[in-house]
Design a protein around this ligand. Structure first.
Ligand SMILES: [Zn+2]
Length: 101
């Protein structure tokens, strides 16, 4: 898997938020890397969570998402807390979430 840059939206809901800590390990296991910076703002000082995001479409609307998959990327608390309709840019290895998660 290689690093990519995409516009994304947060895809969190209650359950995903609850398990954010575990998802960071999911990302690390699948990439073989240690998460050390926020994939959005680049912060290296705060704690990171494994955030669920989905890739935004060209028009930046939910209805134009590129695919239906959620991906895990490391984000700091602030970036993981963006409203679900706020589009932001992420550079990371995008680890696909198994369906139904
Ligand atoms: Zn951040």
């Amino acid at each position: 898997m290689e690093e990519e840059t995409h516009w994304v939206y947060n895809g969190k809901n209650t359950s995903r938020w609850t398990y954010s800590y575990a998802w960071i390990y999911y990302w690390e296991e699948n990439t073989g890397l240690t998460a050390h910076r926020c994939s959005a703002c680049g912060d290296v000082t705060g704690k990171l969570v494994g955030a669920h995001v989905y890739k935004a479409g060209i028009l930046g609307r939910r209805t134009s998402r590129l695919d239906r998959n959620y991906y895990i990327v490391p984000l700091c608390y602030s970036c993981n807390n963006f409203n679900n309709d706020y589009k932001f840019k992420v550079t990371s290895i995008f680890v696909p979430v198994p369906s139904n998660n």
